[in-house]
Design a protein around this ligand. Structure first.
Ligand code: GDP
Ligand code: MG
Length: 163
């Protein structure tokens, strides 16, 4: 398989909403390991005449904070191995959290293209609020609303240039 895009980020930033917006067909993979449910959804998409696969990571549920962070790290490392391009989703409502910092520090060292998608930018005021995410040290921001689709075209234009 080639042309793989993985969506990573902490819970509730809107990864699955973005995945659902991007994909045209999907297959769900659910894997239960000692109380932690992990699922990675795989879907297919096309943009500007380029076909690619999309992976939604981190649909697991757990009530331990440590397991949580460890799971996210695992998912990010797996995504770096498996994908050609990473979309790192963050949430303008929540601002930068410790988990965002942890993910960013892994991705800064990844030798794969990383696109920082600031989600939930549903209105113009939130564009101003999104600027704090430059602090993650990952370069350009793509302000999107996975809910309305705003900004996702610009993000995909940039992503498929790698294919
Ligand atoms: P995930 O845990 O990262 O997969 O996040 P989800 O896709 O499940 O979304 C978490 C919550 O954020 C849900 O209640 C979504 O409806 C909401 N959400 C997702 N995208 C947006 C958005 O663009 N704007 C707003 N306001 N809410 C969003
Ligand atoms: Mg999800």
């Amino acid at each position: 398989m080639s042309n793989i895009v993985a969506i990573v980020g902490r819970p509730n930033v809107g990864k699955s909403t973005l995945f659902n917006r991007l994909v045209e067909s999907r297959k769900a993979i659910v894997d239960e390991v000692s109380g932690v449910t992990r699922d990675r959804n795989y879907g297919k998409s096309t943009w500007n005449g380029k076909d690619f696969s999309v992976i939604d990571t981190g649909g697991y549920v757990t009530n331990s904070e440590d397991v949580f962070e460890e799971e996210i790290r695992k998912q990010v490392h797996l995504a770096i191995e498996e994908a050609d391009v990473i979309i790192f989703a963050v949430d303008v409502e929540g601002g930068i959290t410790d988990l965002d910092q942890a993910v960013a520090s892994i991705l800064r060292r990844a030798k794969k293209p990383v696109f920082l998608a600031v989600n939930k930018v549903d209105n113009h005021q939130r564009i101003m609020d999104s600027h704090e995410f430059y602090g993650l040290g990952l370069g350009d921001l793509y302000c999107i609303s996975a809910m309305t689709g705003s900004g996702t075209g610009e993000l995909l234009d940039a992503v498929v240039k790698n294919f």
